[in-house]
Design a protein around this ligand. Sequence first.
Ligand code: OGA
Ligand code: MN
Length: 288
Amino acid sequence: MGFQSRRISPSSGAEMTGIDLREPLDNNQFAAIRQAWNDADGLLVIRDQNISPEQHIAFSRRFGVLQRGEVSQGSLLSQYYLPRHPEIYRVSNKKKDGVPQGREDAGTYWHSDGSWKPAPPMASLLLAREIPPYGGDTMFADLYRAYETLSDRMKDILTPMRAVHSLAKAQETTSYGKDLVGQSNAVVDRYASHPIIRTHPETGRKSLFVNRGFTDNIEGLAPAESDAFLEFLFTHSSRPEILYRHQWRLHDLVIWDNRCTMHYAVADYKQAGDRYMHRTTVRGDAPF
Ligand code: OGA
Ligand code: MN
């Protein structure tokens, strides 16, 4: 297969064509995809992948071990996993006989998937199976550039700092959290502390690892200090200059790196039509 890859943004983002993920990939081909993904600063759009759940799962497994539906934790979120394929999380506004066909309003705030976990997922692969005629874009922020565009003095100040990411923060401020209210404490009490400046294990580059959805406070600061610092970092890391806004085409497979990007689902499309997406999630190493 001859892959073509081209940059689509000054921030994270490249597009790949000439691949058919219905066919098995050899190790060299997969290595080329992984390299293109890293070269694109953690965001790769692969066009025209009309693939089955099995093919989506098989390709995703090349990146690592997949997260599975957390049915055993009694979470309401478990209903969104694809029956018989707990590796696939469904994101959709559709309902069939009153039953949601996926999580509605998933990620309608800046976040890096599962950053409240001690070992956040390293990557997510989202496949567009049905899209509205317009709207329903996803925005991505380049967290390498967020780090690189800080002053040297600010980089030094942030380097020893850690922040707490929590589901409780999401619960207060996002619909994701609201779905979890009243669920078992095992689910709602989860949080993790992570360095604010994170080094990517594959590229060796540093990124700014905070997000408005899940990052609650900076360790060791007084609340007012923490709030002011985080407000600056949230604004800095979502400036238009470091964003790419993805306008979905049917059968786009978008692979993002949760270690160096964050994203925001723009929930503006429901008047325009239905949206139905399948996501696989690759587990990360703990701790970093
Ligand atoms: C996700 C997510 C974004 C979207 O699946 O993790 O945030 O645009 N989705 O659906
Ligand atoms: Mn997400």
